[in-house]
Design a protein around this ligand. Sequence first.
Ligand code: DQA
Length: 146
Amino acid sequence: MTEQKKIMVIHGPNLNMLGKREPEVYGTATLEDVNRMLVQRATELDLVVEAFQSNHEGELVDAIQAAVDTCRGMIINPAAYTHTSVAIKDALILLDAPVIEVHISNVYKREPFRHVSMVSDVVSGKIVGLGVLGYKLALDALAEMV
Ligand code: DQA
């Protein structure tokens, strides 16, 4: 059954601009490149990836809620909402499945407000600062965990 193997990937605001957005910080890969790479790696791992991006907090909450009964694991980069969103944190608490928080940049080398994550204490693990490779490593980790 597909749903038993589904890994949900949630991309927060402005990540739709990857490739164009501050390439010196986030690199030149586009979000499409990231999703394509994850779909390909998922096939090798006998998993199925579904990706969702939104610039809107409530839509991200809706997508997390919709995944509660359908996904075996989740990769999430809440982007700027990482630092502010109690709503995303509360939605993640609903999930029984392992969740990995990913940040493309090393947020700890950046402004102090980026050092705070509202979600880190409710996720299984976290990868920061490894560029878009972090998404692939998160998927590999979930393959071991699910
Ligand atoms: C980010 C880091 C956040 O501080 C920032 O707002 C983002 C991307 C990252 O992947 O490095 O949009 O989550």
